[in-house]
Design a binder for this molecule. Structure first.
Ligand code: ADP
Ligand code: ZN
Ligand code: ZN
Length: 811
């Protein structure tokens, strides 16, 4: 008899597998999903290994297989184990990353009759009733019997029948309900001739749009999708509605097969002739792809370091084409799907109908379909945000991580707290693939590895755009000087003049401020009381449009008090600025300009990312005001001025990555200016103009930043010269929280001491930067050393602790 080591979907299972016997007649493979008995339940599990001997004496049998074929590939099984070990996560959490969407559904138990003779008189009336029900339908769900007999009775009776060999249990997963997708189509309700006559009449009556739409439809051989019509005729839905009301047009919902990307308006693109710098980079990647395909090396990692507009994406595209030529496929990771429509379009037009896009906007059923199609090998390229690294892409040859420095690549909010970059490099090692990490401002740790030779460094120092190829001029404005000169406005004199000039010249402006809302805190002028969230203790932000106070930590909302809760004074003052306030100030200062705001408040309520972006591209606004969302890879040729209203928002956080974060953000924002032939200018306002992160960003000088940063890191013994783990304990009782953190520290120290580990140290405990979140207190310990996972995996850590290996931020 064979045995299987199974990762079981139960919180009790934690980081281990369980041994199960494989019943005779059942064929089971590594990576296969199975039902296993666990306590008194039947749970899902994934087979991670097959063995001749069980790890324990007593084993139970696998109850059945869930899917006939393995779900995880052998490399994925190894990857899941690595994730579990490295990030100290429950094993099934790691395995679950690779399961099809919606896989963790309930098991439905079916009861079926078994053939054979039996003596009816030996059965109780209830048993007879149940058996007849089962026999009449072949099999029924346990739920149905429970309805008929009551939950407890049904279970007892089924056990009795199964025990006597009269019935058997089988298990199936709940089916996913896939709703068919329909799209509205416009149909002429009159003949084409009549439509044209009517169009002429509408035209005379100055209903130009309606006339145009009707005319367009009259020329179509058949019904046309509303979305396409609106685009072609450039009209609103209201125009179509008007024609419907006049009885000239009807709308029909037609079922369509969903394409992962709308290829509408996307024309195929062809490889560009590479510049010299691009060519050198591309040739290195190409030869690596070949070496790996031949099996000469196992994997390779490239860091493609190039400023925005230096042609990195073109290299990704050509490298992917090369991989496809070698019979391989690729995965492309982007920080956030919703923010990168232009990038996705470029992949879609280079690989028409061969690109899958994974994003959370798809319904569960659609995601499931997409997963199946990827698994069937229907796509050359899979694009998605971090979880797309777990897509079942067969013949993986190339993994691209665009904007590799972005923090969204780290899963921070739930287990496993993995970093996509590290997972991708591991996966490449396991499958034999090439990894390209691309960035204009690489993560300091990535660059360090590239310098050391762990990764190959490829550099594209210049923009490819012909003509105005240079990077925008950057001016740093010292806000202290503005105050001295008596300027109390949000806008420095420089910025204000530049905005006015750009608007007059019909050029576009981006104003960046990394804070949402209006006033960022609300204070009583009389007693100094500051309004804070009762559950998180952070200051409440005033939101102008809704006129409420909002906690940016937990979203708690309250009306603006008329009087101070402490001293009852009416002198409530709003201080600090967020994007809403900036919008208001800008509209006072530049009344002739059209404004558009882009932050989470807007995208949640009014417009989607796409809509805001296309409005701005169509020059429906002169000034775009936004948070870090606008810093992403957008190509906006009419933007000639970018103003950073305050560069200091992130600079003073108690985190060793604060400087890096500021540099990356400023560099990205600055990269938005001057992408067209008009050239560009950036103005950064700050109270710390001498800070190296601001200086380096202003000079577009990564090397300057890196040299300073790596020196600090070495001196202060921070990553990449060591590794960190953040351990956070949460509890509603602050004192208890502190005591537990202190206890944990003592335990860790004792363990370090008894093992004689020299390079491990414990920092803290201290209240976490966000000391209170949603009514729970948080205390933090930081562990510094090299072999952290190996050390920690031997220490029992209670469940209320959050363990984050290689955290991207400490606040
Ligand atoms: P990045 O990804 O580094 O921001 P892109 O690949 O988007 O750079 O290139 C910037 C612009 O230059 C794009 O419009 C792209 O089409 C164009 N481009 C890239 N490579 C070439 C090339 N070899 N010849 C001409 N244009 C190019
Ligand atoms: Zn007061
Ligand atoms: Zn709160």
């Amino acid at each position: 008899m064979g045995y299987a080591e199974v990762s079981v979907n139960s919180p009790v299972a934690q980081r281990r597998t369980f041994s199960y016997a494989i019943p005779s007649g059942l064929s089971v493979d590594v990576g296969q999903a199975v039902w296993v008995p666990f306590g008194d339940k039947l749970l899902q599990g994934i087979v991670l290994a097959l063995t001749d001997y069980p790890a324990v004496e007593e084993t139970r049998e696998i109850a059945g297989v869930i899917e006939p074929h393995p779900i995880l590939s052998p490399s994925q099984v190894l990857l899941a184990r690595w994730i579990g070990e490295h990030y100290l996560s429950p094993l099934f959490d790691a395995v679950a990353l690779m399961l099809p969407p919606g896989f963790e559904r309930r098991a439905v138990t079916f009861i079926g009759s078994t053939p054979g003779e039996y003596d009816v008189s030996s059965l109780t009336p209830e048993q007879r009733y149940a058996l007849e029900l089962v026999q009449s339908q072949g099999k029924v769900t346990l739920g149905k019997l429970e309805k008929a007999l009551g939950k407890k009775r049904a279970q007892t009776i089924v056990s009795q029948l199964v025990g006597r060999g009269l019935a058997g249990r089988s298990y199936e997963v709940e089916p996913i309900k896939v709703r068919p997708k329909t799209v509205p189509y416009l149909h002429l309700a009159v003949t084409a001739d009549e439509a044209q006559q009517e169009a002429a009449r509408l035209h005379e009556k100055r209903a130009i749009k309606q006339a145009a739409l009707l005319d367009f439809l009259a020329q179509q051989p058949e019904a046309a999708p509303l979305a396409e019509v609106r685009q072609r005729v450039n009209c609103d839905k209201a125009v179509a509605d008007a024609l419907v009301n006049k009885g000239l047009v009807t709308v029909q919902q037609i079922e369509v097969r969903r394409e992962p990307i709308s290829y509408q308006g996307i024309t195929p693109s062809y490889p560009l002739a590479l510049t010299t710098a691009q060519k050198m980079a591309f040739e290195s990647i190409k030869s690596s792809l070949l070496q790996v395909a031949k099996g000469h090396t196992s994997s390779a990692v490239f860091l493609l370091h190039g400023v925005t507009g230096s042609g990195k994406t073109e290299i990704y595209l050509q490298a992917l084409a090369e991989a496809v030529k070698l019979g391989k496929r690729g995965i492309v990771l982007v920080p956030e799907i919703a923010l990168t429509p232009q990038t996705i379009e470029r992949f879609a037009s280079r690989f028409p109908h061969r690109v899958a896009v994974l994003h959370s906007k798809l319904s569960l059923g659609e995601q499931f379909d997409e997963w199946q199609r990827i698994s069937n090998g229907e796509f050359d390229v899979v694009i998605g945000s971090r979880s797309a690294i777990f897509a079942p892409q067969p013949d993986l040859g190339l993994i691209v991580i665009d904007e590799e420095h972005e923090w969204t690549y780290k899963q921070q909010d739930k287990s496993p707290r993995y970093h996509t970059r590290d997972v991708a490099i591991k996966l490449a090692e396991l499958t034999g693939a090439v990894v390209i990490l691309g960035s204009a401002t690489p993560d300091v740790e990535t660059f360090y590895h590239a310098q050391k030779g762990d990764y190959s460094l490829l550099q594209l120092p210049e923009r490819v755009t012909p003509g105005e190829g240079s990077l925008p001029r950057v001016e740093v404005v010292d806000l202290r000087d503005e105050l001295k000169a008596g300027n109390r406005s949000i806008f420095s004199r420089s910025l204000s003049e530049a905005i006015a000039k750009a608007v007059v010249n019909r050029e576009q402006v981006i104003l960046f401020l990394n804070r949402r809302g209006g006033a960022t805190f609300v204070q009583c002028r009389n007693c100094g009381f500051v309004l804070r969230c009762r559950r998180c203790e952070v200051t409440l932000t005033h939101h102008l449009t809704e006129d409420v106070l909002v906690c940016h930590q937990c979203n708690y909302t309250m009306p603006v008090p008329q009087i101070c809760p402490r001293c009852l004074s009416r002198r409530i003052k709003f201080l600090g600025i967020g994007t809403q306030k900036l919008e208001q100030e800008a509209s006072f200062t530049f009344p002739q300009a059209n404004l558009l705001r882009w932050d989470r408040d807007v995208t949640k309520r009014r417009y989607s990312h796409d809509k805001i972006l296309s409005k701005f591209r169509a020059h429906e606004a002169d000034i775009l005001i936004g948070t870090q969302m606008i810093a992403k890879g957008l190509d906006l040729p009419l933007v000639t001025l970018v103003g950073v209203v305050s560069a200091d928002t992130g600079l003073n956080l108690p985190d060793f990555r604060a400087g890096e974060r500021t540099f990356q953000l400023l560099s990205q924002v600055a990269g938005r200016a001057g992408r067209g032939i008009l050239g560009g200018q950036v103005i950064i306002q700050t109270y710390s103009p001498e800070h190296y992160a601001i200086q380096a960003a202003a000079k577009h000088d990564y090397a300057l930043f890196y040299d300073r940063e790596i020196t600090y890191r070495r001196r202060l013994h921070n990553p990449p010269f060591t590794r960190l783990v953040s351990l956070v304990y949460t509890h509603t009782n602050d004192a208890l929280c502190q005591r537990e953190a202190e206890r944990m520290k003592r335990q860790l120290l004792k363990e370090i001491d008894s093992k004689g580990i020299a390079d491990l140290s414990v920092i803290g405990p201290a209240p976490a930067f966000i000391h209170r979140l949603r009514g729970r207190f948080r205390w933090q310990l930081i562990l510094r050393g090299s072999e952290l996972s190996a050390f920690l995996c031997q220490i029992p850590i209670p469940r209320d602790w959050t363990v984050d290996i290689d955290p991207v931020g400490l606040v």
